[in-house]
Design a protein around this ligand. Structure first.
Ligand code: SR1
Ligand code: MG
Length: 412
C-alpha cells in the first residue's frame, strides 16, 4: 500500500467536521494545489446528509456531500450510507444522458460514503426562488429534456434487457425506497406510525377526506403496488424543487439518492406537485403574475414531456415488440396516468406527512394556509382517483383551478 494511502485518515468511515472536508478534497482530487488555503462551511439543509462548501481564496469551490448513518430529520431513522454511491453513479450516468443538466462529480468514495462535486453556488435552490416568486422561463424545457433523456434511455424500450437488469441490480435501493413506501404511499392515509403533522384547522378535513376515504385508499394501494413492482426506468426518485437548482440561464438537477428502477410517472408527478405548491403559495400571497407563470409551467412540462418523449421513443426504441403500432401511445398514456397519481400522492404527503414543504408551512396567515392545504388535498384526490383521464397539460391545470373553486365552495 502506498505511504499516503496507509497514512490517510479517510481509510475508515467517520463523519467529517471542521476542516476535514478540505483535507479530504486535497487528498482525493487535484482541484486545488496541495498548499491552497481552503475554508469549509457546512451548508446542508436537507433531511438526510451533510453538505460542505470548500473554497479557496480565489473563490474557486467544490461541494463535499457525505451520508450520515442516521438522518438529520430524525436520528432514530437509520438508512444505508450506500445512498451516496447511488447518487454519485447515477449523476455520472445522467451527465452522459442529459449533458449540462446535472452537477459534475469529481470523485466519490464508498469508504467515507462521500462525493466531491461541482459547486453550484451561482444557482438558487428552486424551492426558495419560487418562494420569492421568481420565474424561470427555461425550466419546462430543461426539466423535460432531463426527464425524457434519463428515463427513456434507461428503460427496456431502449436498453438491451440484460444490460438494463444489471442497472436494476446496481441501483437497488431498498432503504430509501422504504422511506417513500412509508412516508408517501402509506402513512398520509392512516397515520399508522403516528408521525403525521396535521395543521390543526384542517384536522377534521384530513379525517374525512384522507383517513376515512376507503375508495382513495384503494387507488393509493394500486399506486403503491406500481411503485413497488414497475421497474420501468432509472428514476431520480425524489424530484421535488429542493432537488433542482435554477438560474435564468440554466437548470441543474441534483440529489438523486432515492434513485432506483421505478415508474417514470413518479418523477414527472413529483415535478408537477411541487409546482402546485408554488402556485398555492403564490395564491396565498396574491401574486397573480407568478401564479400565471406557474400554471403555464405545469401545462408546458406535461405537453413538452409528451412531445419529446414520443420523438425520442420513436428515434431510439430497440425493443422490437415496442415498435408495434399503437404501443408508444399506450406506454405514454400509462405514464401520464401514473404522473397524475403520483402528483396526487406527493401533494398529500407534503401536506399531512412527516416531511412537509416550506412553500406551504411558511404561509403566515392561518386561514390562507388552511385553504392552500385543502386545495392540495382536493387536487390530489382528483388526480389520484381520475388519473386515467389526465392526458394533456390542460387537464392538470384545470384540476388545480377546479380544486381551488371547490375549496371556495367548501367554505360557503
Ligand atoms: C426521512 S427523509 C424525508 C424526505 O426527505 C427526502 O427528500 C425525501 O423526499 C423523503 O421522503
Ligand atoms: Mg434530498
Amino acid at each position: 500500500m502506498p505511504a499516503t494511502e496507509s497514512a490517510s485518515i479517510f481509510n475508515s468511515y467517520f463523519l467529517m467536521k471542521n476542516d476535514e472536508p478540505a483535507v479530504y478534497v486535497k487528498e482525493k482530487t487535484d482541484v486545488f494545489p496541495k498548499d491552497a488555503v481552503l475554508t469549509v462551511k457546512e451548508i446542508g439543509d436537507g433531511n438526510l446528509n451533510y453538505v460542505f462548501l470548500v473554497t479557496d481564496n480565489s473563490g474557486k469551490s467544490v461541494i463535499v456531500k457525505q451520508a450520515g448513518e442516521s438522518l438529520r430529520i430524525s436520528s432514530a431513522m437509520r438508512v444505508s450510507t450506500d445512498r451516496n454511491r447511488i447518487e454519485s453513479e447515477i449523476l455520472e450516468l445522467q451527465g452522459r444522458l442529459a449533458p449540462g443538466l446535472v452537477p459534475f462529480i469529481y470523485f466519490y468514495d464508498t469508504v467515507m460514503c462521500a462525493c466531491i462535486m461541482e459547486d453550484l453556488s451561482d444557482y438558487r435552490l428552486m424551492r426558495y426562488a419560487l418562494m420569492d416568486f421568481e420565474i424561470f422561463p427555461r425550466f419546462s424545457d430543461d426539466i423535460t429534456t432531463y426527464m425524457v433523456n434519463t428515463l427513456i434511455d434507461t428503460s427496456d424500450a431502449v436498453m438491451e434487457h440484460k444490460a438494463k437488469k444489471e442497472l436494476v441490480k446496481s441501483f437497488i435501493n431498498p432503504e430509501l425506497c422504504e422511506i417513500t413506501e412509508d412516508l408517501v404511499l402509506t402513512e398520509p392515509y392512516n397515520d399508522i406510525a403516528a408521525r403525521n403533522i396535521v395543521f390543526p384547522p384542517n384536522a377534521e378535513f384530513v379525517q374525512i377526506e384522507l383517513y376515512a376515504d376507503k375508495s382513495l385508499h384503494l387507488e393509493v394501494a394500486k399506486l403503491k403496488n406500481n411503485f413497488l413492482t414497475n421497474a420501468q426506468a432509472l428514476i431520480h426518485g425524489d424530484l421535488h424543487t429542493g432537488s433542482i437548482f435554477v438560474k435564468t440561464k440554466g437548470t441543474k438537477i441534483f440529489d438523486p439518492e432515492f434513485a432506483f428502477y421505478g415508474p417514470i410517472g413518479y418523477d414527472v408527478g413529483n415535478v408537477i406537485a411541487n409546482l402546485i405548491f408554488a402556485w398555492n403559495r403564490g395564491t396565498a400571497f396574491a401574486e397573480s403574475d407568478f401564479c400565471g407563470w406557474v400554471l403555464s409551467a405545469v401545462k408546458e412540462v406535461i405537453d413538452l414531456f409528451k412531445q419529446k418523449f414520443t420523438a425520442r421513443f420513436l428515434e431510439t426504441v430497440t425493443e422490437h415488440m415496442f415498435m408495434t403500432e399503437g404501443f408508444a401511445e399506450y406506454y405514454l398514456d400509462k405514464i401520464l396516468a401514473d404522473t397524475a397519481g403520483y402528483a396526487g400522492t406527493e401533494l398529500i404527503r407534503r401536506t399531512v406527512g412527516m416531511a412537509q414543504v416550506k412553500d406551504i408551512t411558511t404561509i403566515p396567515d392561518d386561514i390562507k394556509r388552511t385553504a392552500a392545504e385543502r386545495i392540495n388535498i382536493l387536487c390530489a384526490k382528483d388526480m389520484i382517483i381520475n388519473r386515467k383521464t389526465f392526458k394533456t397539460g390542460e387537464d392538470f391545470t384545470a384540476s388545480v383551478l377546479s380544486s381551488a373553486e371547490k375549496e371556495r365552495m367548501y367554505r360557503l
